[in-house]
Write a protein that binds this ligand. Structure first.
Ligand code: COA
Length: 372
């Protein structure tokens, strides 16, 4: 493989105290806490508190934070009307982009003192935003976007399936939300920081993040990975198909990473969940297909699965439609984006890099009537 330049690869563009992504021998951590400890022992709300409010909460704080988020789930009527107007065929990421933007007009950021409340509001109400639109268009139902479910994972699954969610699935989604929450200067976070650096408002920075996350080279990879895995009938079929794709120089979604070079520390954690869930799923055969794809990618290209690859089957085995995979990433990454917006604001300078000019040399202007 030849080493490519561009894309700001390897260029340090600022300081951040929110997470390390395999730097200086450190594992991925959020504010110093290892992702392994968090995924094993924490819940997403604790991680959200850590990122948005700077500390891991004690039991009382966690209870209060969960209650706060539960009380912020109801959506304004005019936002519900907008969601009803968004066409049924729209990609759910566009629904969230529009919904967050609309919320920014209804509940604009007037003072920065409220920035953490705005972050909590978005974290609390985005699942309902997506699922109100979904049920309105798919089932002609105007759902209640509140529920008695105490966590975002269980609230999301409850609103999606309208039944008490399975605890194993709740924990799988909860862990995935922990893993997706924060990842330093990735493309969407950096884009959100650029918007923040112009002293723009909170919602604009979040909408920037959503638009950037949508692409298949970033968050959209979990959906693209699912579409790939589902194409195959069994592991041998997958092996043949992947070899053909590689021969044709296709990119295999859910593999490779800009920063990690040997493995993505989040992948093994979510892979375990995919395996656990596959044992209970009607189409559990997709798990051995995924494993075979992983093996071929390593043997042929020395490429490893990133978080998106096994997140795809994890979500699929929870009965989540593929088009909601990247929106789930949003539900989680809202916490990381928020932490970066606060950090950028606390020590801001306009982000405005230079470029090398590669256009034409200065030339004579030709008036329009003489241009032929
Ligand atoms: N499948 C096949 N080949 C891949 C690959 C993949 N998923 N990821 C990287 N490569 C190859 C590239 O084709 C390139 O080969 P070449 O030098 O022969 O042209 C080489 O590895 C370097 O890749 P490049 O795209 O330049 O790396 P990058 O740092 O710019 O990109 C990603 C990183 C993540 C964008 C890239 O690995 C990718 O597109 N992965 C698939 C999408 C994905 O999973 N995104 C989620 C990221 S968390």
């Amino acid at each position: 493989m030849t080493k490519k330049t561009g894309g700001l690869a390897g260029i340090v563009v600022g300081d951040s105290g929110i997470s390390t992504v395999g730097k200086e021998g450190l594992d991925l951590n959020y504010r110093g806490y290892s992702i392994h400890d968090l995924a094993e022992q924490s819940t997403f709300e604790e991680v959200a508190h850590l990122l948005v409010h700077n500390t891991l909460p004690n039991q009382q704080e966690l209870k209060a934070y969960r209650e706060k988020l539960m009380n912020l789930r109801k959506l304004p009527d005019s936002l519900l009307m907008v969601l009803e107007k968004i066409p049924a065929a729209t990609h759910p990421m566009d629904v969230l982009r529009t919904g967050c933007s609309m919320l920014g007009t209804l509940e604009p950021e007037i003072t920065r003192e409220k920035q953490r409340d705005i972050a909590d509001r978005l974290i609390a109400c985005v699942p309902g935003m997506l699922l109100y639109w979904y049920h309105f268009h798919q089932h002609h139902q105007k759902i209640d976007t509140t529920s008695d479910e105490k966590t975002i994972a269980s609230h999301f699954l409850y609103l999606l399936h309208h039944k008490k969610p399975d605890p194993l699935q709740v924990r799988a989604v909860d862990v995935s939300l922990i893993l997706y929450a924060e990842h330093e200067f990735n493309a969407s976070t950096f884009a959100a920081r650029v918007t923040t650096s112009t002293e723009s408002d909170f919602h604009s920075a979040i909408v920037t993040g959503i638009g950037t996350l949508r692409g298949p080279l970033h968050g959209g990879a979990n959906e693209a990975a699912m579409e790939l895995i589902e194409r195959f009938k069994n592991p041998d079929d997958a092996e043949k198909g992947i070899r053909e794709l590689l021969t044709n120089k296709a990119k295999i979604m859910g593999f490779g990473h800009r920063v990690y070079k040997i493995s993505d520390p989040r992948s093994d954690i979510i892979k375990e969940w995919s395996q656990k869930l596959s044992a209970h799923a009607t189409d559990g055969y997709l798990y051995p297909i995924s494993e075979r794809i992983e093996k071929i990618m390593w043997d042929e290209k020395h490429l490893f699965p990133n978080l998106d690859f096994y997140s795809a089957t994890t979500y699929h085995f929870c009965g989540i439609p593929t088009a909601m995979f990247t929106p789930l990433f949003v539900m989680s990454r809202l916490t990381g984006w928020s932490a970066h917006i606060f950090e950028q604001r606390a020590d801001n300078r306009l982000i405005r890099p230079d470029s090398n000019y590669s256009g034409p040399k200065p030339r004579e202007y030709i008036p329009i009537e003489q241009r032929g």
